[in-house]
Design a protein around this ligand. Structure first.
Ligand code: F6R
Length: 240
């Protein structure tokens, strides 16, 4: 494991996703011990090892709040590929939070966006967990998304549909839209922990750390946040 500082971003290089999960867990534990109440959570393959560490631990989240980044539009909370089911399976069934919020993919756009923005306003996020897309999206904020966005409805890019079709029976089953926290919602978190594993994330990580801050690379905005930790494995670190 090694540490490097890119301006305000602390980069922790780990051997693999397993070690990344252990390191990420330490950061979650530190936040928990120093009084963090609201945890912003992500889905996908990246946080799996972190959630495994949390499940194995004796950390208690029963007085904490969880706010997830996103959900597919059109999937009910009971759909096996919904992020509701993902979170139950990977975390909440073993580590229940006092309250957990996830966008409702079946709800009308205007109502859901207003509700979720209010949730984020009323529960300021202490620690936001992020993965990153191969196209450098954070949440489902795809390249070109304004840095000013709060919760919004997103049309998923073909690259994201391609990356996520592994979870569905066929590509046509992948929903075309999602509700996602916006870039401003993410930036409002006190601390941000982004993890990335694998060669296919290397370019996005390079652009995040070394590239210009531009809406074409949503994750590049993290360069402007005062407290960001990025955990990457050797493959994801191969270009930095
Ligand atoms: C998931 C999310 C996405 C994923 C990203 C990486 O809630 O917001 O930004 O973090 O698409 O996905 P994985 O981890 O499956 O490579």
């Amino acid at each position: 494991m090694s540490f490097e500082a890119f301006d305000n971003i602390r980069v922790i290089k780990v051997k693999d996703k397993r070690e990344g999960g252990e390191k990420a867990f330490e950061i979650v534990k530190e936040a928990h011990e120093s009084g963090a109440v609201v945890f912003g959570l992500a889905t996908g393959s990246t946080p799996e090892t972190l959630y495994r560490e949390i499940r194995k631990s004796d950390l208690d989240f029963s007085d904490k709040t969880a706010i997830n980044l996103d959900e597919y539009v059109g999937l009910s909370p009971k759909h096996p590929q919904s992020y509701h089911v993902f979170m139950d399976e990977h975390l909440f069934s073993v580590k229940p939070f006092k309250v957990s919020f996830i966008p409702n993919g079946m709800e009308d756009e205007e109502i859901e966006i207003a509700r979720y923005n209010q949730v984020i306003r009323e529960h300021p996020i202490d620690l936001q967990i992020l993965g990153i897309g191969t196209n450098a999206h954070i949440g489902f904020n795809e390249p070109g998304t304004s840095f000013d966005t709060h919760t919004h409805k997103v049309k998923l890019t073909q690259e994201t549909v391609d990356a996520n079709k592994r979870y569905f029976e066929s590509e046509t089953d992948v929903p075309g839209y999602a509700y996602s926290m916006g870039i401003q919602s993410i930036l409002s978190a006190k601390k941000i922990l982004l993890m990335a594993y694998g060669e296919n994330k290397a370019e996005a990580i390079e652009q995040t750390l070394r590239g210009p801050v531009t809406e074409d690379v949503p994750s590049s905005i993290l360069q402007t946040h005062p407290d960001v930790v990025i955990i990457i494995d050797e493959a994801a670190a191969s270009r930095v």
